[in-house]
Design a protein around this ligand. Sequence first.
Ligand code: SAH
Length: 404
Amino acid sequence: MTQMHSDGDHIGAPMASLGPMVPVVSPRAADTDPRQDILGLAREDLRMALLAIGVPDRQANMRAKQIWQWVYHRGVTDFEAMSNVAKDVRARLTEHFRISRPEIVDAQYSSDGTRKYLLRFGDGTEAEAVYIPDEDRGTLCISSQVGCTLNCRFCHTGTMKLVRNLTPGEIVAQMMVARDDLGEWPASTDNRRVTNIVMMGMGEPLYNFDHVKKALQIVMDKEGIQLSRRRITLSTAGVVPMMLRCGQEIGVNLAVSLHAVNNETRDEIVPLNRKYRLEQLMEACAAYPGTHNARRITFEYVMLKGVNDSDADARDLVRLLTRYKLPAKVNLIPFNPWPGSPYECSDWDRIERFSDLVFKAGISAPIRTPRGRDIMAACGQLKSTSEKKRKSETLREQAALAQI
Ligand code: SAH
């Protein structure tokens, strides 16, 4: 259990930025600030908002485009810095709008380069985003909800009480905060640190479809964050009725949290399976746009000792994927423990054997190296911990007082 103890660099808020510092708006200011936040606003909605503050019709389109470029290509949070926007328009923008960031309550840097951000939004709720650097890419794992309603037995996030959908602005903001911290401004193709996005943080993205769609449209827009849909992966535990729309309307890569190859086991560990059965889920995968053009679906499979990790499970997995003719890749995720978790991770040789069996059947089944375990940033470990921290801070203060 040593990985449970944080031995990563720990940086308290306000965080030390490694890149150019973009001012962070405090949540108190955000709370009482009546101005509309334009982060996360669709370009057309921004255009309408500009018209509403008196920007002439013939200018509105161009202004919206200019503002987007300042916001999403340069990370600007102050309208006054938008030098190609007329002075009087800048003043009006400042009067009516703002471009804010959530407060970074805590940023932790793992010894393996992973960075975890705990963010607090205007209403005081919190969510986490995780940056995972690799040799050839940098992946940002983004949350779609505060907490999660799914209660998968092995997932820490499911133990959170509070759940609410994040707004498009709050989803996009996770990307902006990471880019602020990584010094990605001004953005150009050769200084990209966040090259990929996975909707695999807290929450079920397909239960917050409209907001996730709006946010990803900004991420994919050329005038926006400009990431190709091929570099974005949305992960679902299997909200079957929304999967087709996800493919048609967002068009990103799909990952499915499978974790079990029969209804009995899946009912137990992914309770959503009681609503949408394994067969329905696999049919929805087969119907996902692009699947027949060999666009691969990623299946996530968490390795739980004695639960889903036998040779028979591996063979059933192959059979299942073959039966539905799915171009698939299986990501085997060693179970990441969290305080009080009811399962254990499968032994390493068991995971390797499982992986081999699937590989031998012609299906790629790499074992995903856990990242950021030391800062509790690995899959399924996310849970806003500030409550806990406040408590431990109090204890520390009490201990310090006792020593006087
Ligand atoms: N709700 C979506 C998005 C969350 S993705 C979904 O379920 O797909 C988070 C991924 O981490 C999921 O595949 C989830 O099953 C996996 N996960 C959750 N808890 C884990 C744990 N303790 N160890 C390893 N993986 C875990």
